[in-house]
Design a binder for this molecule. Structure first.
Ligand code: IMP
Ligand code: MG
Length: 183
């Protein structure tokens, strides 16, 4: 285990097994359709890479990048799109892929934005769900795991852009984010 991790919540093989189940479910639900998977950089990249290999459908992927405004606007979940999708989504079956949902503010804002673009359908697939701090109701169609209200890293999730490469999800030592350990 990495020395900055106190506890592993989800071992790598649990994550992979659950992703295979979600992939099978998506394959069966979208049978006969083309599906467009959309993700917001960067946290979902590991999930996207593993999930698409478990989906047996004609599919394409596209990505957005956002930046958050200051603390005031964060309360509204308002984000600035710094890289938009490469193509339009009108008339397409869109599956939005997200690594983790906490308050739901970010995802709520992005979903409203995508709905304006008139996709044929828009569903949400989230690997990690932290329901305790939810402020905005998010209609989650596919969910990997419920997590406790703890700050976690690994499998794409970062602290200060680090730890994304851990194959498992673990709780970060408080020392690390309190700045007691020099990185
Ligand atoms: P929300 O708008 O509060 O739902 O925030 C979601 C975003 O916060 C995610 O896309 C992550 O980037 C980040 N986030 C929330 N909880 C965690 C965590 O436990 N570890 C790492 N990032 C997190
Ligand atoms: Mg994210």
């Amino acid at each position: 285990m990495h020395p900055d991790i106190v506890e592993i919540l989800l071992p790598a093989d649990h994550i992979q097994a659950r992703i295979r189940e979600i992939g099978l479910q998506i394959t069966s639900d979208y049978r006969g359709k083309d599906v467009l998977l959309i993700g917001v950089l960067k946290g979902m990249t590991l999930f996207m890479a593993d999930l698409i290999r478990c989906i047996d459908l004609p599919l394409s992927v596209d990505y957005m990048a956002i930046s958050r405004y200051g603390p005031g606007s964060q309360a509204l979940g308002v984000v600035r799109i710094i890289k938009d999708l490469d193509s339009g989504i009108e008339g397409k079956h869109v599956l939005f892929i997200e690594d983790i949902v906490d308050t739901g503010l970010t995802l709520g804002y992005i979903l409203r934005n995508l709905r304006y673009r008139s996709p044929a359908s828009l569903e949400v697939c989230v690997l990690f769900n932290k329901a305790q701090r939810r402020l905005v109701d998010i209609p989650i169609k596919y969910k990997g795991f419920d997590l406790p209200d703890k700050f976690v890293v690994g499998y794409g999730l970062d602290y200060a852009q680090m730890f994304r490469n851990l194959p498992y999800v673990g709780v970060l030592k408080a020392d690390v984010y309190l700045g007691l350990v020099k990185k």
